[in-house]
Write a protein that binds this ligand. Structure first.
Ligand code: CDP
Length: 673
């Protein structure tokens, strides 16, 4: 067990881009489908956690070529079109339900395999019988050490290489069904039908969608049986981007409910209509009072306008019920969570674990933990508001929450502990074995800490090709800042002025052309991009020779600079509203004119030869020195190193080194005392 972690309550609103890892459910499905595909697939945004490592290790042990790059969050796998290189292997699935179920059905495709399968103690208690029964009917045998048919881990799987017409009881877990569905296209003529219903239907839909993404759509006939109309190996996906984990994101939707006014948390890539059913949590949160604003492919969560209870059916997105359950004691009315019986057989008995730990904090729950222990069929939990009881329970110091090797227990109570219960920042919750989050979210507590920051404005100035954009983009990405390239503003306006026939030498031609332009912004990823009359100019149109030749001339005109000044300043408010941890703006006059009060001001420089070489390496014809001369000698807002700015000469420095220096400055400015 890892050492207990005391949670420090947030005394300031949470803010920044939540560092949510890739989805576990998608990563593990994708790995399996790619192994069954013909050819190579590269995954980006992949999750690196205990459960995905277990599956990667198993695939390696089975003879597949799997290359991982954790820093880059990529996994490359070479699929073998349904062939499993090793006919014998010993595999340990830990407590990873996906690996346990998906691998078992996958291995059934080996013609004459013998696989010794085991899992952690907790996994040995989790449902497998539905899947093993179905495979047995297809000629597989799953045997215990004493030679009897197995219903749980551990077992030795003797495989027959086909599936046939199967019936599966997936009432205990939808993974039992998903496992068979993914193997289906590799066994021509096979079909899978469910006995009764399953829980967590959206995960079955995720499986269906992903089989189709990998080129083998499944169809369901009138009798409810799934089959693959055109069986065969899956098609390698080339490059496949894994969606960020919607369940993990639920903690950051919850956080602004407890951290006070002015919060803004940004969830990149959190989209409804993707593969994950757990995005349904957002609608529940909205009913309880969350302030959510979709923004392109991101969701911005602000301080909740209310925190109230209600009655909710969590059957379809039950992984997120713990997130709501831990907010419930702070709500103004009781919260009832229905249809979560199946979670009593997950990582732990989640309903009992939740009730036990809430009672430890003095919260009234119905049924009580004792009643849940006595009756395994209870599937609903009501949690009553309990602020006063919480204060009483924690009066003599932080209450240690037991996490039962369940990552979701640790993370959801981590959010509750972020609430400033006593109003003085005193910690009141400690999480036992916080490292159990490594199952799906190894850096959860770091990601939580990263949102404890003050909004900072960062000004980066420097001459042409001094490395401003490269540096600013990486710093923005790493620290969750909104990136603003003001050079692109000048280039866009120049493009429009040239197109309108204006000439820098003839200021009279500039004013009317400017008057007709309306500026706007569009956030793309982490960058704010300028729009002119509602449209974003194409990047290539901004670096043409005519723009390079005249941009500095237009930029020297006070009319042009004035036209852009208020717009550029407004980017700070935009970054705040969009939930960024700050804004990093690059240009020639940011620290001196646009944002003279920026908390961090940096001036980048490099010798002219190095800068000319950088441009040439980018394949650009650009009279860098000439533009610098114009920029630094003009009367209005000349290029200067702003007073108090940190000057960094990067002629001989790597990008990594410069980024590290700027990040350190930003982090110390953003730190809250
Ligand atoms: O990428 P590069 O450093 O070559 O230039 P840029 O950032 O795209 O900026 C193009 C031109 O816009 C500069 O040469 C300046 O003349 C002008 N500019 C400015 O005057 N003030 C700013 N804050 C940013 C750019």
């Amino acid at each position: 067990m890892s050492p207990t972690l005391t949670i420090t309550p947030f005394r300031t609103p949470a803010r920044g881009v939540a560092q949510v890892p890739g989805s576990k459910s998608i990563t593990n499905r994708a790995l399996l489908l790619a192994a069954l595909a013909e050819g190579e697939t590269l995954f980006t945004g992949a999750l690196f956690s205990r459960d995905t490592r277990i599956l990667c290790a198993a695939l390696l042990a089975l003879g597949y070529e799997v290359t991982t790059d954790e820093a880059a969050q990529t996994i490359r796998i070479v699929g073998l079109g349904g062939r499993i290189p090793k006919a014998h292997a010993k595999l340990h699935v830990g407590n990873a339900g996906t690996a346990a179920r998906f691998l078992t059905a996958f291995l059934a495709l080996a013609p004459q395999g013998v696989y010794e399968m085991d899992g952690d103690e907790a996994m040995r208690a989790r449902p497998m019988a539905g899947l093993l029964d179905a495979l047995t009917s297809a000629g597989c045998r799953a045997l215990r050490a004493d030679g009897q048919p197995a219903t749980h881990f551990p077992f030795t799987l003797h495989t027959a290489g086909r599936l046939g017409d199967l019936e599966v009881d997936a009432s205990a877990s939808s993974q039992l069904l998903s496992a068979l569905l993914m193997a289906l296209p590799l066994s021509p003529g096979a079909s899978v039908r469910m006995k009764g219903a399953t829980v967590s239907e959206p995960f079955v839909v995720m499986t269906e969608k992903m089989c189709a993404q990998f080129g083998r759509p499944l169809v369901r006939d009138a009798a409810g049986a799934w089959r693959c109309a055109q069986p065969g190996p899956y098609r390698a996906a080339g490059t496949y981007a894994i969606e960020p984990d919607a369940t993990a994101a639920s903690y950051f939707i919850a956080l602004p409910a407890v951290t006070g006014a002015g919060a803004g948390v940004r969830l990149q890539g959190y989209v409804k209509g993707g593969l994950q059913g757990d995005t349904a949590f957002a609608a529940v949160a909205a009913r309880c009072g969350a302030t959510l604003t979709p923004q392109g492919s991101a969701l911005v969560v602000q301080t909740w306008h209310d925190l109230q209870g209600g009655e909710f059916d969590f059957n379809d997105f039950s992984d997120t019920f713990l997130t709501l359950a831990t907010l419930a004691p702070l709500a103004s009315s009781p919260t009832t969570i229905r249809n979560i019986g199946h979670t009593r057989k997950q990582e732990t008995d989640r309903v009992l674990a939740m009730a036990t730990e809430l009672e430890r904090l003095g919260v009234k729950v119905v049924p009580t933990a004792a009643e849940l222990r006595a009756d395994e069929s209870l599937a609903t939990l009501t949690i009553h508001p309990a602020r006063a009881a919480l204060q009483q329970a924690a009066a003599r110091g932080p209450v240690a929450i037991h996490t039962y090797e369940d990552h979701r227990m640790a993370m959801s109570f981590g959010i509750l502990g972020s609430y400033d219960l006593f109003g003085d920042g005193r910690p009141w919750i400690a999480i036992q074995d916080p490292a159990c989050t490594s199952k799906t979210f190894p850096k959860f507590f770091q990601a939580l800490e990263a949102l404890r920051t003050r909004f900072v404005a960062v000004a980066v100035d420097g001459g042409a090709a001094s490395g401003k954009s490269s540096t600013a983009k990486v710093v923005a990405r790493d620290l969750g800042l909104l990136h603003v390239d003001t050079g692109a503003h000048y280039r866009s306006v120049t493009r429009a002025l040239l197109d309108a026939g204006a000439r820098a030498e003839d200021p009279a031609s500039v004013l009317p052309a400017l008057a007709g332009l309306r500026l706007g912004s569009e956030i793309s990823g982490i960058s704010s991009c300028v729009t002119l009359d509602g449209r974003r100019p194409a990047d290539a149109s901004l670096r043409t020779e005519d723009v390079n030749a005249s941009v500095s001339k237009f930029a020297a005109l006070p009319a042009v600079r004035n036209f852009l000044l208020a717009y550029q300043r407004s980017q700070v408010a935009l970054g705040q509203a969009a939930g960024f941890a700050g804004v990093i703006m690059e240009g020639r006059d940011i620290g001196s004119v646009v944002l003279p009060d920026a908390e961090v001001r940096v001036f980048l420089q490099a010798d002219p030869v190095a800068r000319a070489q950088r441009r040439a390496a980018e394949g650009q014809t650009d009279a860098v020195a000439q533009r610098d001369l114009l920029d630094s000698t003009r009367a209005t807002a000349p290029l200067v190193c702003p007073a108090g700015a940190t000057r960094i000469d990067n002629t001989h420095l790597s990008l990594v080194a410069v980024v590290a220096q700027v990040k350190a400055l930003v982090q110390s400015a953003a730190r809250l005392v």
